[in-house]
Unconditional design. Structure first.
Length: 291
């Protein structure tokens, strides 16, 4: 007794299916597809174990995922062949859609290769804090297409691997310490050397400011209303510490200057009136010059 048959009527000179599809063929195709999915999962785990022997390396994860996709795709093609589906006419029937798929595959391949390069070169690891372009955050994952960042605003950003590889990458946690500079304005009549010592002491009294390398205070510029000095200090490199220590240094510096009787000047503008003119004359409009 012959089994039941399912016929797919397709018109045209090159039909995709030329013979009726039996239920036995359907079972065989399903078994092949399931075995392909199982094999993809096994290969993916094997890649992780074989390549990612170091816990911080994730090359095997990326390669394993790509290999799994390829295996499932091959299994799907083989299953279609068991069903008697002609792949050539099927692909040709896609027409413009096939071109779009090709362009999409090109983007996927580009990002996949970039993801592998990122894991081989390892400018960052999962769990580290980085900056890429306009985005900063903690690396959560590097998959086939994207690098996943958890930002400090509570957002999740998906950056294409190729874009991450092209742009400068700032790793905030690869080194234990980093340096921050805070600009402080001093009045022109201040004793700059005494002010420098007050600022240095204020930095050293701030928690998490490192004594080695020591903080530095340098005169930076003669601005319009103040003499600006750069207060430079070292602190733990992660971004949370950068903001926390910066705020603590600013508070400590303000308190130390107040205690020393050194005021931080407000912006000032001097108005000059030529002789013979008054505030209501041509020079009294705040322009600072004659009419």
């Amino acid at each position: 007794m012959s089994g039941a048959h399912l016929t797919l009527p397709l018109a045209g000179e090159n039909p995709v299916v030329t013979d009726p599809i039996s239920w036995q063929q359907g079972v065989q195709a399903l078994v092949v597809l399931v075995l392909g999915i199982v094999l993809a999962a096994v290969v993916r785990r094997g890649m992780v174990r074989a390549i990612d022997r170091e816990g911080s390396r994730h090359v095997g994860v990326v390669v394993g995922r790509f290999a799994g996709v390829v295996i499932v795709a091959v299994a799907a093609v083989y299953a279609l062949d068991l069903l008697g589906v002609r792949i050539g006419p099927l692909v040709g029937a896609l027409g413009v859609g096939g071109i779009a798929i090709a362009f999409a595959a090109q983007d996927i391949l580009q990002n996949f290769i970039a993801g592998v390069l990122l894991q081989v070169r390892r400018p960052f690891r999962v769990g580290e804090q980085i900056g890429s372009g306009d985005h900063e955050g903690t690396v959560e994952d590097v998959n086939l297409r994207t690098t996943v960042l958890a930002t400090y605003d509570g957002l999740v950003v998906y950056l294409p691997n190729a874009e991450v590889l092209k742009q400068p990458i700032v790793n905030y946690t690869r080194t234990p310490l980093s340096r921050t500079s805070l600009t402080v304005g001093l009045p022109y009549d201040a004793d700059l050397e005494r002010a420098r010592q007050v600022l240095l002491a204020a930095c050293l009294d701030t928690a998490e400011v490192q004594a080695s390398p020591p903080p530095e205070v340098w005169v930076e510029e003669f601005a319009d209303s103040s003499v600006n000095v750069a207060v430079r200090y070292w602190h733990p490199a992660d971004i949370a510490s950068r903001w926390r220590v910066r705020s603590a240094v600013a508070v400590s510096v303000k308190s130390a200057l107040d205690a020393a009787g050194i005021s931080i000047p407000f912006p000032q503008r001097v108005l000059w009136f030529p002789e013979g003119t008054g505030a209501g004359g041509p020079a009294g409009d705040g322009s600072g010059g004659p009419g």
